[in-house]
Design a protein around this ligand. Structure first.
Ligand SMILES: Nc1ncnc2c1ncn2[C@@H]1O[C@H](COP(=O)(O)OP(=O)(O)OP(=O)(O)O)[C@@H](O)[C@H]1O
Ligand SMILES: [Mg+2]
Length: 414
């Protein structure tokens, strides 16, 4: 059998997306505000296409271990919603979804180069690649993926889909795809043979609860409202850190002996966050060369993760959780509480601003936090001396890590 015969009503797709069901453009961008139905639609389209046969799908995110909880889950939910479980088998280890006609949806992290190279569908070739949360990735990864699609069966049109929230207008994606076509933020779509862009917001998703809608509409921070409610390309006014850059540190990380490491605890909604860093004191340069950033870790698993990162490391952790610190110690982690004195947040930030911060390319979460961390603004858009308390888990941990340096530094108390 080549295609699995199932009739799916068009009603299951949100209306804004319906005309993209059979879209064949080489590059297809689905972006916009949060909860706009992007991930669900792309999952639906993938399953529809895989049942029709002749196509295999590669679904990527930057970090391999984020795949299971996001895209694999989303695809499985559509399979359940459509009641077509009997047509698919799902591999428990890597999530690979195989349709009874033999065609597949395969998952890979862009950080797993070996796996990417070795991927072969059991039948035919990869015809479609979906890069979810594409702003986490870099341009060179996409070029590699494009190469991956070339060759093989030339009779089937190959496609790359990118989906994301438009976090920062400085992103390579904006530069590469939006700038040349003079995209305007009030535009909804762009269509040509080689590129389509569809912008959606929560208003395009008919399946949200009133609560979801209120949460988005009541967002008070102008940046978050712009990006996540309205789906506009983010422009950051009062960014806190401009003193950092990205480098590939993999070749020199062995030389990083002056370690400063921190932990910010989190569990269900917030991640546990822990950067590994090296301090070049004479040049006032901080090298951030590894990170942990993960929700749902109990302290025993967190301890395992920390040991895998560096079994000998000393960590400074959030003193608000003495129980977690005691548990980590019991699991063999060398960890102590950060003092977190009065005004320590702003003082810590001021000290960090006086350093040069170099972040390894693979530390995506630290890069995201540093690019988005900003001062609160008054009604006139002027910066207040209070950071927006969002997306700052690794940054908080970085402050804990360097607390002793700050104390010794004789910095100004205002
Ligand atoms: N066609 C649909 N049918 C049923 N429910 C849907 C559909 N599309 C979206 N939803 C519901 O809306 C929620 C948000 O949709 P989705 O996760 O696709 O948004 P998104 O645009 O990917 O958001 P984000 O930018 O935050 O990743 C889903 O979790 C699901 O509950
Ligand atoms: Mg999504």
């Amino acid at each position: 059998m080549i295609s699995a015969k199932v009739n799916i009503s068009r009603k299951v797709y949100n209306e804004a997306y319906r005309s993209y069901l059979d879209e064949l453009a080489d590059v297809q961008i689905y972006y916009g505000g949060s909860s706009s139905g992007k991930s669900v639609f792309i999952s639906q389209r993938h399953l529809r296409d895989v049942m029709r046969g002749n196509r295999n799908f590669l679904v990527c995110r930057q970090v391999a271990r984020t795949l299971q909880k996001s895209v694999v889950q989303e695809l499985k939910q559509v399979i359940d919603a459509w009641g077509v479980q009997s047509l698919f088998s799902v591999n428990k280890t890597d999530g690979t979804i195989t349709c009874e006609n033999g065609y597949q949806i395969i998952f890979a992290g862009l950080d797993d180069v070996e796996k990417l190279k070795s991927i072969r569908p059991q039948k035919g070739v990869i015809t479609d690649i979906w890069v979810e949360e594409a702003t986490e990735t870099d341009r060179s990864s996409l070029k590699q993926l494009e190469k991956r699609l070339r060759g093989g069966d030339e009779s089937t049109k190959k496609r790359i889909l990118l989906s994301f929230n438009p976090v920062l207008i400085s992103s390579w994606i904006y530069q590469e795809f939006f700038k040349n076509i003079a995209w305007a933020d009030d535009q909804k779509e762009y269509r040509s043979d080689n590129l389509t862009i569809l912008k959606t917001t929560y208003k395009d998703n008919a399946h949200l609860t009133l609560q979801d809608i209120e949460r988005l509409e009541n967002e008070t921070d102008p940046y978050y409202h712009d990006v996540y409610t309205l789906g506009n390309w983010g422009v950051l006014g009062n960014v806190i850190f401009r003193n950092w850059r990205v480098e590939d540190l993999s070749e020199i990380r062995n030389q990083f002996v002056n370690r400063r490491n921190g932990i910010d605890f989190g569990f269900s909604s917030d991640p546990a966050a822990a950067p590994l860093t090296h301090y070049d004191k004479s040049h006032k340069t901080i090298y951030i060369f590894d990170e942990l950033y993960e929700t749902g870790l109990t302290n025993d698993i967190l301890a395992d993760r920390l040991k895998t990162m560096d079994g000998n490391a000393y960590w400074k952790a959030d003193s608000a959780e003495p129980k977690s610190i005691a548990e980590l110690q019991a699991y063999g982690i060398y960890v102590g509480p950060a003092a977190k004195g009065k005004d320590s947040v702003v003082h810590g930030i001021q000290w960090l601003q006086q350093q040069t911060i170099i972040v390894d390319a693979k530390c995506i979460n630290m890069r995201n936090e540093l690019s988005g961390y900003k001062w609160k603004e008054d009604a006139g858009g002027n910066a207040l001396p209070i950071p927006v308390d969002k997306n700052n888990h690794l940054i908080d941990a970085l402050r804990y890590a360097y607390e002793d340096e700050m104390d010794g530094g004789g910095w100004l108390v205002m």
